[in-house]
Write a protein that binds this ligand. Structure first.
Ligand code: G3I
Length: 325
């Protein structure tokens, strides 16, 4: 019998047990996945939940330039190697406007130099991680208003940095599946119109983009014209992956049923489309979620609560992904 003092001590240390739940399996030949942080993997409950419940892992930050390429020409694959120990990885992300190191953001490079830097990064990272079969090559290139977003890449190279990134990625690993990944593009609106237009232009120019990653950072409100929007991506000949799903609620009065229903809608929409290849949630438990920091007053967006107990959303998503009504 453990004393109350011991139990309190364990609680204070934040030790959690992995939940005794079934893995999330997706009907058909598709995957479930979860974003993982290397610095949390010492927590057994965290690590075991990621390992047992999900089929793939996405490094939440460990492949961003500031981590993997902190100095010009110096790469650090230590953090991402820890994530890779948990399970097969989705690659996130090769070219983005955030989490770039100062040497890149503040350097003054000619266009040709910047292209060479980007090419070296893509080749080095993809060839080192040959077993990663799927990459978010370009992340969030479209602004919420529609035009391409300001970034070191757009400023230094011009709009064709996107074409170049995909072409380099295809050359670096001809068999990998290459994705354009963005948020707020799951439903009808300015953003999805702009993303669809970009993808249509890329495909028309023969740029090797195989799929679109729909991040799925949403609240519980209906996503406008959700099905029609998904079908518009599929009609371009693209695969679809839900890459970063979370459904935020008010933690003081969380509507867990509405949250579960939203997860289930997204899960069912994926299963209903053969071109939807996978469904990834953006974190293991509410305790690690990025949401409260980014959306003050909102949170509790994931499938497991702070103590790794499954929420209604877990069961709703499990059923939806397995093809049950
Ligand atoms: O690395 C520093 C660490 O040294 C420092 O001690 C600590 C103190 O706050 O900050 C650490 O950096 C944080 C980093 O995550 C690593 O934990 C940043 O402050 C924090 O802003 C950063 O947030 C990440 C965010 O991307 C940055 O934009 C989130 O964890 C990550 O979940 C989030 O992921 C993005 C996807 O990549 C793309 N789509 C949107 C999604 C959510 O924003």
């Amino acid at each position: 019998m453990l004393g109350a003092g011991f139990v309190a001590l364990v609680d204070a240390l934040g030790e959690r047990d992995a939940p005794d739940v079934a893995p999330l399996r997706v009907a058909g030949d598709r995957f479930s996945g979860v974003a993982v942080r290397a610095d949390r993997l010492g927590d057994d409950g965290y690590r075991e939940t990621a390992r047992r419940v999900f089929g793939r892992v996405t490094p939440e930050n460990e492949l961003k330039w500031e981590v993997v390429h902190p100095e010009r020409g110096r790469y650090d694959f230590g953090p991402v190697a820890k994530v890779a120990e948990v399970g097969p990885m989705r690659g996130h992300t090769l070219v983005w406007h955030l989490q770039n190191p100062a040497w890149l953001e503040q350097g003054s490079f000619s266009r040709d130099e910047l292209i060479a830097i980007m090419r070296d990064h893509i080749f080095t990272v993809m060839r080192r991680l040959r077993n990663v079969r799927e990459w978010d090559v370009v992340n969030e290139a479209v602004s919420d208003e529609g035009p391409l977003r300001d970034s070191v890449w757009l400023r230094g190279i011009g709009p064709d940095y996107i074409d170049l990134a995909f072409r380099f990625a295809r050359e670096a690993d001809p068999d990998a599946r290459l994705y354009y990944n963005d948020y707020g593009a799951e439903g009808a609106g300015t953003k999805s119109r702009a993303v669809l237009a970009l993808l249509r232009r890329l495909r028309a120019r023969g740029v090797p983009v195989d799929g679109v990653g729909l991040q799925g950072h949403v609240d519980t409100k209906p996503i406008p014209a959700f099905d029609a929007t998904l079908d518009a991506y599929v009609a371009l000949g693209l695969d679809v992956v839900f890459t970063e799903v979370d459904v935020r609620v008010d933690p003081d009065a969380p509507d867990l049923d509405a949250q579960a229903a939203q997860y289930a809608r997204m899960g069912r929409a994926c299963v209903a489309r053969p071109r939807c290849r996978g469904f990834v949630v953006w974190g293991v438990s509410d305790a690690e979620s990025w949401v409260p920091e980014a959306y003050p007053g909102q949170g509790d967006a994931l499938l497991f609560d702070d103590d790794l107990r499954p929420k209604p959303a877990y069961d709703a998503l499990r059923r939806a992904l397995s093809g049950q009504p």
